[in-house]
Design a binder for this molecule. Structure first.
Ligand code: MF3
Ligand code: CO
Ligand code: CO
Length: 281
């Protein structure tokens, strides 16, 4: 079964008491030109933003079941973030209309929550970004709807493992490209496609800072890893080819060959001897 667009519900309001990022509702954000290395004070705030994002994602994931729409998941994520004082960073980000991304089956990423009821056997990626106290937490996981086939289950488990291998490879003194190198080496064992058009990114005071984190071996990504550097690792692995296209809605990214895609994401900070995950529940 191929995914088709369904109706999108009305824009959800955010109370005026919740501080919103400068880019919300704008065509922006402006290009960020500051550092990607954050102070311990900023990473302490990111730990809080990250926890809220992870908990909001879990609140949405708790609803995942056959018959439940991705719009209902979005409403739960939205309510959780707002109840905890956070702004849903995707809402009105470059015009994105919802408080999380929900990407089903062959949708790689940036799926817009809509009225489509989840079906037994689907996989759904829920990607939540919080904005709290001036900083972001960005996290995504892949969930199963009812009983999924073994190929999908293995794809999701191995995508999570690929992300964790990328995180564990992060050490000060190494180069950023170590992340893509270990992910490509692992994903290649199974013949999975590795999405190239979408990458991890610097993530802190800026949602997408401009720092690019490839999930494939890219020698040119030679930024030195140093304590305080904060970015996401968010591999998207496919059962078939990695090539993608975007729907007319300007957002929904799908595999060209219709093969399924799994994704996991954490926001991390480089520490004195490795990396700390900031988006833990
Ligand atoms: N959370 C996504 C990421 O990991 C970005 C979503 S931007 C949106 O980078 F506009 F599509 F929501
Ligand atoms: Co991200
Ligand atoms: Co994300």
């Amino acid at each position: 079964m191929t995914i088709k667009p369904y109706p999108i519900s009305a824009r959800l309001p955010v109370p005026a008491s919740i501080p919103r990022p400068a880019y919300a509702g704008d065509m922006g954000p402006e290009r960020y030109s500051g550092p990607d290395v954050m102070t311990p004070e900023v990473t302490a705030k990111m730990r809080l933003a990250g926890k809220v994002a992870a908990d909001a994602m879990a609140a949405g994931a708790a609803l995942v079941a056959p018959g439940v729409s991705t719009d209902e998941i979005d409403k739960a994520v939205h309510a959780y973030l707002i109840d905890h004082g956070a702004y849903p960073a995707t809402l009105e980000y470059r015009g994105f209309p919802k408080s999380c991304c929900t990407s089903v089956n062959e949708v790689i990423c940036h799926g817009i929550p809509d009225a489509r009821p989840l079906e037994d056997g689907d996989i759904v990626k829920i990607d939540v970004t919080s904005y709290l106290d001036g900083v972001h937490g960005d996290t995504c996981a892949t969930y199963f709807v009812g009983e999924v086939d073994e190929a999908s289950r293995l794809l999701a488990e191995r995508t999570q493992e690929a992300m964790m291998r990328g995180i564990r490879a992060v050490k000060p003194g190494r180069r950023l490209n170590v992340v893509g190198r270990v992910i490509e080496a692992y994903a290649g064992r199974f013949g999975y496609g590795i999405v190239r058009d979408y990458t991890g990114h610097g993530c802190h005071v800026a949602f997408h800072s401009g720092l690019v984190v490839p999930h494939y071996d890219e020698p040119a990504a030679n930024t030195l890893l140093e304590p305080g550097l904060t970015f996401t690792i968010e591999p998207m692995l496919t059962l078939g080819d990695y090539r993608s296209h975007v729907w007319d809605d300007g957002w929904t990214v799908l595999t060209n060959d219709g093969s399924r895609c799994a994704q996991f994401e954490h926001t991390i900070v480089v520490t004195e001897d490795g990396a700390e995950i900031l988006t833990l529940p």
